[in-house]
Design a protein around this ligand. Structure first.
Ligand code: 4NP
Length: 158
């Protein structure tokens, strides 16, 4: 199973999702073989490490984002990944515009896997205050657990 997380800049939300989901998966579902990556729909920060505020908030919960570098979504991502999970509707729309028709059913909102949080988008923390980064982590931890449950059900059904 190959999963790609997508936000705008690939320096706040999607790299957080990449690392948090990897940690949740290795803890709760070491039996499921996963390839996990992240990318942005915009290229403003290509080659940069995640935002310092994102790295610091993640580090306080034990997640290390320091090795990641931002990249943009590429055409081959639509062939390579089974599930492409957008952080918000704007990025989902950007993916829908770029995806070939046969790949559209791989595109989803990440928070579909956390219906209990009551919102459907991970808010962009870039121009907000420090609480935004904590909120992003809370939402991503919830959705990561939900996504693991979904994959478990799918594995059992197969
Ligand atoms: P991300 O956050 O999409 O979660 O990585 C942002 C990063 C950069 C910008 C906007 C959002 N920016 O405008 O540069």
């Amino acid at each position: 199973m190959k999963i790609l997380f997508v936000c705008l800049g690939n320096i706040c939300r999607s790299p957080t999702a990449e690392v948090v989901f990897r940690a949740v998966a290795s803890g709760e579902a070491p039996d499921i073989v996963l390839e996990i990556d992240s990318a942005g729909t915009a290229g403003y920060h290509v080659g940069e490490p995640p935002d310092r505020r994102t790295r610091q908030a993640a580090a306080r919960r034990g997640y290390d984002l320091s090795a990641l570098r931002a990249r943009v979504v590429e055409p081959r991502d639509f062939e390579n990944f089974d599930l492409i999970l957008a952080m918000d509707r704007e990025n989902l729309s950007a993916l829908e515009r770029r995806a070939p028709p046969h790949a559209r059913d791989r595109l989803r909102l990440f928070l579909e896997f956390a219906p209990e949080v009551g919102i459907t988008e991970v808010p962009d923390p870039y121009y907000g205050g420090p609480n935004g980064f904590e909120d992003v982590l809370d939402l991503i931890e919830e959705a990561s657990r939900g996504l693991i449950e979904h994959l478990r059900r799918q594995t059992r059904a197969a």
